[in-house]
Design a protein around this ligand. Structure first.
Ligand code: NDP
Ligand code: MG
Ligand code: MG
Length: 335
């Protein structure tokens, strides 16, 4: 059974009189900065001079410093810029400011687990990884609910690393929902596997393949869109609220029977074997290496695949249909 920490296990006083430097003000950064501040903790924000996020952080009332200056001021330094830039930012601006007693924090284990960042032994290195995008972390904090998070300790130089991380989690509101104990290794590998095999890679390609199968067979793209994409939201809501068994209870017996007989044909032994290979590439670090090399090369393949994916016919149909369903609050990628 997982160890789960709640409000009574965490003490905000571990952060009293300390300054948290939030480096990055994107999805996670803005939510961490604002939730911690509302919990009575002293927060400064660190961003490059050229950052587009500076204006937003300043408008939200934060003292916005250079990354180096924020790292200097912070007793706790929270690395909330994109994973692929963290190594560079760490080496240039953060490492020179690390003094014994400081705490380096992450919201994802990638850079520590794959050895891209190797902090000195005299500092604490911990992770609080909220299990939601930043805007949900912020919204649920304001509603007094909080989102669940993971906690991990990579280095405990002070002897208080876990208590400090738990205090940080409490400041985010996460101990209201529950904070599960893990390791950097487990968090990183399961997070990457989940997003690749199921959440992002698996689901999006399942949707596209289903859409293509129907359209190639001569069915109207609009119907295909409704059947394989739009309805997914309703199914996922049922699964989220009551598990697979509640979804199967809610759909028709015909749908449930089709689930049992056709599902295993889609997710067959070949797919399971591929899942194993994907997991192995994550465990050996091969995926991480490939992704960082792609960044170093200026993202040629990533940019091409993104562009190709955005031009898939399902996107054009979807855009038209979503415009006819104002209640679902259609969204666009900001330019
Ligand atoms: P975002 O991409 O949303 O935000 C990036 C922020 O970092 C922006 O403010 C950006 O500024 C700034 N930034 C970019 N480059 C630098 C730099 N060189 N130095 C300092 N700041 C920089 O990131 P996320 O919030 O998604 O991710 C942050 C961390 O949180 C990652 O480790 C991620 O894995 C983790 N995480 C993310 C979750 C999510 O749902 N998004 C969930 C849980 C964990 P600018 O506007 O100028 O680009
Ligand atoms: Mg992830
Ligand atoms: Mg149906």
């Amino acid at each position: 059974m997982a160890t789960i920490y709640y409000d009574q296990d965490a003490d905000l006083s571990y952060l009293q009189g300390k300054t948290v430097a939030v480096l990055g003000y994107g999805s996670q950064g803005h939510a961490h900065a604002q939730n911690l501040r509302d919990s009575g903790i002293n927060v400064v924000v660190g961003l490059p001079e050229t950052s587009r996020s500076r204006e937003r952080a300043a408008a939200d009332g934060f003292e916005v410093l250079s990354v180096a200056e924020a790292a200097r001021r912070g007793d706790v330094i929270s690395m909330l810029m994109p994973d692929h830039v963290q190594k560079g930012v760490y080496e240039e601006y953060v490492a020179p400011e690390l003094k014994p007693g400081k705490v380096l924090m992450f919201a994802h284990g990638f850079n520590i687990h794959y050895g891209r960042i190797v902090p000195p032994a005299e500092i604490d290195v911990t992770m609080i990884a909220p299990k939601s995008p930043g805007h949900v972390l912020r919204d649920l904090y304001r509603q007094g609910i909080g989102v669940p998070a993971l906690i991990a300790v990579h280095q405990d130089a002070s002897g208080q690393a876990k208590q400090l991380a738990l205090a940080y989690a409490k400041g985010l509101g996460c101990t209201k929902a529950g904070v599960l104990e893990t390791t950097f290794k487990e968090e990183t590998e399961t997070d990457l596997f989940g997003e690749q095999a199921v959440l992002c890679g698996g689901v999006s390609h399942l949707i596209q393949a289903g859409f293509e199968t129907l359209v190639e067979a001569g069915y109207q793209p609009e119907l295909a869109y409704f059947e394989v994409l739009n309805e997914l939201k309703l199914i996922v809501d049922l699964i989220y609220e009551g598990g697979l068994k509640f979804m199967r209870y809610s759909v028709s017996d015909t749908a449930e029977y089709g689930d049992y007989v056709s599902g295993p044909k889609i997710i067959d032994d070949r797919v399971r074997e591929t899942m194993h290979q994907i997991l192995q590439d994550i465990q050996t670090g091969r995926f991480a290496q490939q992704w960082m090399a792609e960044n170093d090369a200026g993202r040629p393949n990533f940019s091409r695949m993104r562009q190709e994916a955005q031009q898939h016919p399902i996107e054009e149909v979807g855009e038209r249909l979503r415009a006819m369903m104002p209640w679902l609050k259609a969204r666009q990628i900001p330019s």
